[in-house]
Design a protein around this ligand. Structure first.
Ligand code: NAP
Length: 487
């Protein structure tokens, strides 16, 4: 078959040089595919770890778990390493695997069109490419969400989103306001409270705070890890098992694991915040882990410092001199940080993606994004997403998720390489069936237990993997080809 021999040399485009883009390049190379380009819109790799540099940033997945399975790192300095260390890890892995030199930096893909059996790509600055397979490694928590608060443009102090921290702005001795109480805000509060003159935390909803120490690894421990790499493998496996138990609890809102988490969070609040008024302000009225669970060893201590205040009165507007709350009070500020999260429904967008028969992704995802097993979309052949819509984004280490997904994608790509087909995409029927089942199951997860969070779609249905992690692993182990259209 003429087509099959032609296809044995497949060309790939990897979109994004963050955690999953770097992973894709390494795995493609190992699988013998060497004709690929990595497109990265920024001038540096690292994705979320490049973009989030706010004070106090770290990952809430232990670093020995938040590492590639094939690149354990004896050098992690803490159980939850700081963001800069994680960024350095990705830069180091990418350099050692020869990935960095293959990245086209400053190349933002603006358009992908499936035409003539291949994907035609165009970057914003007019560069073009033609490939057989697109791997979209475009990230999830990526596009900052700016709040719809009146007067933000009138503020005369410094104002920025937590994911766009302006390090040129002095915070020492200044009056700083933070909008939001998610993981980002909580880390920032602990990190800066002792540096600023006054800190106002504008809280719309209280958070459950899981007390979580962050011990460092001593030089002796790290030397031992270097000497005996098998210890790192064991550590990775132990942590994965712990996380598995946690993630299996998340998918049942009444599970004993969720009850234990709530008890631990409540005990943390009770023993840490003795002032009854503040206690009531900080006590959530929904189940723990309904929103993404916030981990912190010292948030309650930080927020009780004499220069800190939790403001629960709603924000009326932002004015030149600060934030005016609904009770008429003006909170005078020099710096205002918007720790208001991300637009989590973007995925590949704003790339203009046009599939078979001129099908537009923007139209297909008009209501909300969806994909078969979070990876592929009917009508968009040979396009595979890592950490796409409705995947296990809150359940586990996203690195393990991406590794499993890529293993699955490579099995599909193998069909192209063998010439068994030249285009592969999931069927409408299989996608609709799985999505109906997922939606029903998602309502019973902890995220569906009655709170507002970024896990929920426009219908209030959690946009996540609603089953135990073992099912995800099993699905990823081998594609069910009946769910696909092979052409
Ligand atoms: P987030 O969890 O989405 O929190 C956004 C916060 O902003 C919420 O408290 C929200 O209040 C508030 N907010 C949004 N719009 C508002 C408005 N108009 N007025 C007042 N308040 C408003 O965002 P995030 O903290 O950046 O975290 C996002 C995710 O990134 C996390 O869930 C986590 O998955 C990841 N992350 C992880 C770490 C870590 O590893 N430790 C650190 C940072 C981020 P409501 O609750 O009332 O909606």
């Amino acid at each position: 078959m003429e087509r099959s021999s032609e296809r044995t040399r497949l060309r790939f485009a990897i979109v994004g040089a963050g955690m999953s883009g770097i992973l894709s390049a390494i795995r493609l190379h190992e699988a013998g595919y060497d004709d690929f380009a990595i497109y990265e819109k920024a001038d540096r790799l690292g994705g979320t770890w490049r973009e989030n540099t706010y004070p106090g940033i770290s990952c809430d997945v232990p670093s020995h778990l938040y590492s590639y399975s094939f690149e354990p790192n004896p050098e992690w300095t803490h159980r939850f390493a700081p963001g800069a260390e994680i960024q350095a890890y990705f830069e180091d892995v990418a350099a050692r695997h020869g990935v960095t030199e293959r990245i086209r930096f400053g190349a933002e893909i603006a358009r992908c069109e499936f035409s003539g059996g291949r994907w035609q790509l165009a970057t914003k600055d007019g560069r073009r490419d033609e490939v057989d397979v697109v791997i979209a490694a475009t990230g999830v928590l990526h596009h900052p969400k700016y709040p719809d608060i009146e007067g933000l443009d009138r503020f005369e102090g410094a104002l920025f989103h937590s994911a766009r921290w302006d390090h040129a702005v002095q915070i020492e001795g200044r009056r700083v306001g933070i909008v939001g109480t998610g993981s980002s805000a909580v880390q920032i509060v602990s990190a800066i409270v002792d540096r600023v003159a006054r800190l106002a935390l504008f809280q719309r909803t209280a958070q459950w705070i899981m007390p979580q120490d962050n011990p460092c690894y001593s030089e002796a421990e790290r030397a031992e890890f270097r000497r005996r790499p098998e210890l790192l493998t064991e550590l990775h496996a132990d942590m994965a098992e712990l996380f598995s138990a946690f993630s299996n609890g998340l998918v049942d809102m009444n599970s004993p694991q969720m009850k234990a988490i709530e008890d631990a969070c409540l005990a943390n609040l009770e023993r840490s915040v003795l002032d009854p008024v503040l206690h009531e302000k900080l006590r959530p009225t929904y189940k723990a882990a309904c929103k993404r669970l916030v981990m912190s060893p010292d948030f309650y201590q930080a927020i009780q410092k004499p220069n800190a205040e939790v403001v629960t009165e709603g924000i009326e507007r932002v004015e030149a001199g600060g934030v005016r709350t609904r009770d008429g009070r003006l909170h005078e500020l020099d710096v205002l940080v918007l720790a208001t999260g991300f637009r989590v429904d973007r995925f590949l967008r704003p790339i203009e993606v046009i599939g078979r028969d001129r099908l537009r992704l923007e139209d297909v995802w008009k209501q909300r994004p969806s994909a078969y097993l979070s990876i592929s979309i009917p009508g968009f052949p040979n396009l595979f997403m890592l950490n796409g819509p409705n995947g296990p984004v809150g359940n586990f280490s996203l690195i393990e998720v991406a590794e499993l997904q890529l293993g699955y994608v490579l099995q599909l790509v193998e069909l192209l390489r063998q010439g068994r087909c030249h285009a592969i995409s999931p069927s409408e029927a299989a996608t609709a069936r799985l999505e109906a089942e997922r939606t029903e199951a998602a309502r019973h997860t902890i995220w569906g237990s009655g709170c507002r969070s970024w896990y929920l779609d426009d219908r209030g249905v959690p946009m996540s993997w609603p089953w135990p992690f073992e099912r995800f692993r099993a699905e990823m182990a081998k594609p069910t080809l009946e769910a696909y259209e092979l052409q």
